[in-house]
Design a protein around this ligand. Sequence first.
Ligand SMILES: Nc1ncnc2c1ncn2[C@@H]1O[C@H](COP(=O)(O)OP(=O)(O)OP(=O)(O)O)[C@@H](O)[C@H]1O
Ligand SMILES: O=P(O)(O)OC[C@H]1O[C@H](OP(=O)(O)OP(=O)(O)O)[C@H](O)[C@@H]1O
Ligand SMILES: [Mg+2]
Length: 285
Amino acid sequence: MNKLKIAIQKSGRLNEDSLGILKNCGISVNNGNDQLKAEASDFPLEVLFLRNSDIPQYLKDGVVDAAIVGDNLLVEKGEGIQVMEKLGFSRCRVSVAVPKTFDYKSIQDLDGMQIATSYPNTVNNFLASKGIKADLHQISGSVEIAPNIGLADAIVDIVSSGSTLFKNNLKEVEVILKSEAVLAVSPKISGESGEILQKLRFRIQSVLKARNSRYILMNVPNDKIEAVGQILPVLKSPTVLPLAEEGWSSVHSVIDKDKFWEVIDELKAVGAEGILVCPIEKMVL
Ligand SMILES: Nc1ncnc2c1ncn2[C@@H]1O[C@H](COP(=O)(O)OP(=O)(O)OP(=O)(O)O)[C@@H](O)[C@H]1O
Ligand SMILES: O=P(O)(O)OC[C@H]1O[C@H](OP(=O)(O)OP(=O)(O)O)[C@H](O)[C@@H]1O
Ligand SMILES: [Mg+2]
């Protein structure tokens, strides 16, 4: 039977969460003793463990059908590669940074500068869109050191917490793009592999929807059930179960995890009590 070939990062920031999301989809991959290839035992999937920076070329060549990769890398060298799902982890941004002592006023200050980066295409496209010319120095890592050793006036690199910039006496002055891990598909994927990929995508969507949702239940006076139903953004309609105590019911629903604190005060104001919020493992809409 045909297997879907998917690339994930061999080691680094994407690896653990990539294997984790597959596991949550019921797909376990035994990456024992650091093999470069492994088969899933319970889904027609073959995993290739690669360097993040190599993955776009494998997708373009059709050596792999799909991959979990940093979106910033597809912007840099993934033309023609389609993003199927944003996965919500390895969130970061690609930004311009200058020495803290530099009196940065606007993007025009970059004109004529020497800029060190691992992402030349991203930088060139950004500068061109702003009508700015600069000289780029491409280096593959530890980019933040460049201004301190006189190699560049500024850098463009990945920023997350900002601690690497801080430690190197740099300050972030422009955000070029935001990035997160994404499920990407090869332009050369076959029909059969495409069907398997759609099955994987459905499972990932169910896991992500559950990750971003919470199951909520509460005790409500019967004459307030309608008011609660107005407050809760529900799937179809809240589940209402009569309590042993006369005149009260238990109302159950699903809400977006980020909306809980917005609605909690309204729910209490209409008389809801004993409000419980629980995680959801899977959600199939
Ligand atoms: N500090 C960070 N915080 C959050 N996400 C990051 C951070 N650094 C990188 N990322 C994201 O994770 C992806 C993988 O980064 P990582 O540093 O693990 O590997 P890499 O250095 O890009 O490539 P390789 O696997 O070839 O070493 C990047 O493409 C980016 O999208
Ligand atoms: O804003 P921060 O939280 O400090 O993260 C940003 C740093 O993370 C990445 O480096 P990484 O740790 O991946 O090392 P690398 O440069 O060798 O890839 C990136 O290249 C930055 O240097
Ligand atoms: Mg890195």
